[in-house]
Ligand binder design. Structure first.
Ligand SMILES: [Zn+2]
Length: 436
C-alpha cells in the first residue's frame, strides 16, 4: 500500500501507523519506493565526480565536486538504489549523451518500432509517447511510418536535435503533474515508452504514477532498463553512477508498478547495456493481455538467483574488488613492459570504472570518442584527454581498452585496423580480458 504525497512516500505498516521515509530514516536515507530505512550497503565505490561532466582545458585547475557512490539495497522491497546526492535537474538539463551516435543502438530502436507496430497494431490513429526521448533517435521511425509520436526530453540541447529531425518534442521532466497536463490535452498514449529512463528518476513513485495517468485505457507501456541480475552476475559495477538512482530486478519493478495501478504482463530479455529488461505493462483492470510464459519464467529465475533474499546481495562488493585489482594489474604490467594503452569511448560507465580504480593518464594515455561534443575535453576526475578516433591510427597503441564494453563487437569491427600493427583489444568487465 503506497500512497504518494508530493515527493514523499507514505507507507502504511501492518499496525496501521503511517510512516514517512524522511522521519523514518532520520538522515533522509530511506528507500525511494517503500520508505524503509536503508541499512544494507550493496557496494561502495567511494567518491566520484558526476560522470557526464566532461571538462574543458581551462577547468582542469579548478576544484571538482566528488560525491559518494554508495549503493544500498532495501531489506523490504529489494530495490537497489543510490541516494539523490545531486538533483536530477542539475544532471539532465544539459546532457552530452546523444543516442544517435551509436549505430547498434539505432538498429535496436528501429527493430523495436517495427515489433511494436505489428504487435499492438499501431497506425495513424495511434499516439506514441516516449519519455526521455533524447535526440529523437527512436521516434523518428514512428514519424517515418506516419504514426503520431511525441517526445518528452528535459535536456534542451538534445531535444533541439530531435525537433530538427522532425520529431515533436517537449522540453520538460516527466512526472505525475506533466502527465496529467498532457492527458488533459488529449495526448494519452496507446504506446508509452521509456528506454533507460526509469533508473534515472529520483522520485520513481511519482514517475510511474505519471505513466499510469498518461496511458490510455487498453494502452501499453514498455520500459527498458539494465537488469540487476546481469549487473550482479557479471560484475557490471561501472553501470553505477550518480545519474542512475535505481537498479531494478523484475521483482522490484513489479512492486513499484503495482503500487501505481499497473501490471507487468510480459518481458523481453535484451542484450543491450550488458543485459536489460524490456517490461510490458498495462492498467491492472485491463485484462486484454495476460501474463506471458516469459514473465513467469523470469520470476522463477530471479527467485532461484536469490533476488528475494538479502544475503544474495552481500557477495557483490567482493567481486567488484576483484575486477578492480585485475584491471590495475593488467595496466601496470603493460606499462612496465613499455606498452602503450589507449581507451576507446568516453561513456559514463568508463568514468565510474576509471575513478573507482584510481586510474589516470600515466596508465591510460588518452581515450577517443566519436561524439564531437566530447572531443578536446577531459574525463571528469581522471582528467584523461578525449580525442577523435583518428588519434588511434596516429599513435598506434599496443592495447585499446574498450570502455563501453556493451558495444564491444561493434567497436572491435570499427577498429579492426589496429591489428595491422599488432594492436589488441582489452575489455575490463566482468573481468579484464585481452582479445587477439
Ligand atoms: Zn524499499
Amino acid at each position: 500500500m503506497v500512497e504518494r504525497t508530493g515527493r514523499l512516500v507514505t507507507d502504511i505498516d501492518p499496525s496501521g501507523a503511517p510512516r514517512t521515509p524522511a522521519s523514518a530514516a532520520g538522515q533522509g536515507n530511506a528507500c525511494r519506493f517503500c520508505g524503509t530505512t536503508l541499512r544494507h550497503t550493496f557496494v561502495d565505490l567511494g567518491m566520484s565526480p558526476l560522470c557526464e561532466t566532461y571538462l574543458a582545458a581551462e577547468q582542469l585547475n579548478q576544484m571538482e565536486p566528488f560525491y559518494p557512490l554508495q549503493v544500498f539495497v532495501c531489506e523490504k522491497c529489494f530495490l537497489v538504489q543510490l541516494q539523490e546526492y545531486v538533483s536530477a535537474e542539475s544532471i539532465f538539463t544539459e546532457y552530452a549523451y546523444f543516442s544517435s551516435y551509436s549505430e547498434s543502438w539505432l538498429a535496436h530502436a528501429k527493430a523495436y518500432t517495427v515489433q511494436m507496430t505489428e504487435r499492438f497494431a499501431l497506425g495513424p490513429h495511434s499516439q506514441v509517447v516516449e519519455v526521455a526521448s533524447n535526440d529523437g533517435y527512436l521516434l523518428q521511425y514512428f514519424v517515418a511510418a506516419s504514426i503520431p509520436a511525441l517526445g518528452i526530453e528535459p535536456a534542451a540541447n538534445v531535444a533541439a536535435a530531435a525537433t530538427k529531425r522532425g520529431v515533436p518534442t517537449l522540453v520538460q521532466f516527466f512526472d505525475r503533474q506533466s502527465a496529467a497536463q498532457l492527458a488533459a490535452e488529449g495526448k494519452k498514449a496507446d504506446l508509452l515508452l521509456g528506454n533507460n529512463v526509469l533508473a534515472q528518476v529520483p522520485d520513481v513513485n511519482n514517475f510511474v504514477a505519471g505513466l499510469a495517468v498518461l496511458l490510455k485505457p487498453g494502452g501499453v507501456i514498455t520500459m527498458e532498463f539494465p537488469h540487476l541480475m546481469c549487473l550482479m552476475e557479471q560484475s557490471q559495477f561501472d553501470t553505477i553512477y550518480h545519474e542512475h538512482f535505481s537498479y531494478f530486478s523484475l521483482l522490484s519493478v513489479e512492486k513499484i508498478f503495482s503500487a501505481a495501478g499497473l501490471a507487468v504482463f510480459d518481458v523481453d530479455l535484451l542484450p543491450t547495456h550488458g543485459g536489460s529488461l524490456r517490461i510490458y505493462a498495462r492498467h491492472k483492470e485491463d485484462r486484454s493481455n495476460s501474463e506471458s510464459q516469459r514473465l513467469l519464467s523470469l520470476r522463477a529465475k530471479e527467485e532461484a538467483a536469490g533476488l528475494a533474499r538479502l544475503e544474495s546481495y552481500s557477495a557483490f562488493a567482493e567481486r567488484v574488488k576483484e575486477t578492480k585489482y585485475a584491471l590495475i594489474e593488467f595496466l601496470v604490467g603493460a606499462h612496465r613492459a613499455g606498452k602503450q594503452v589507449a581507451g576507446y569511448g568516453a561513456p559514463g560507465k568508463g568514468n565510474t570504472l576509471l575513478n573507482y580504480c584510481g586510474l589516470r593518464s600515466d596508465l591510460l594515455t588518452y581515450t577517443v570518442d566519436r561524439n564531437p561534443y566530447k572531443q578536446g575535453k577531459y574525463l571528469p576526475g581522471s582528467h584523461i584527454p578525449i580525442h577523435s578516433p583518428e588519434r588511434i591510427g596516429e599513435t598506434r597503441p599496443d592495447f585499446v581498452l574498450i570502455l563501453p564494453w556493451n558495444l564491444r563487437d561493434e567497436i572491435m569491427q570499427q577498429l579492426a585496423y589496429i591489428r595491422e600493427w599488432g594492436g589488441r583489444f582489452v575489455v575490463p568487465i566482468p573481468s579484464v580480458r585481452v582479445y587477439p
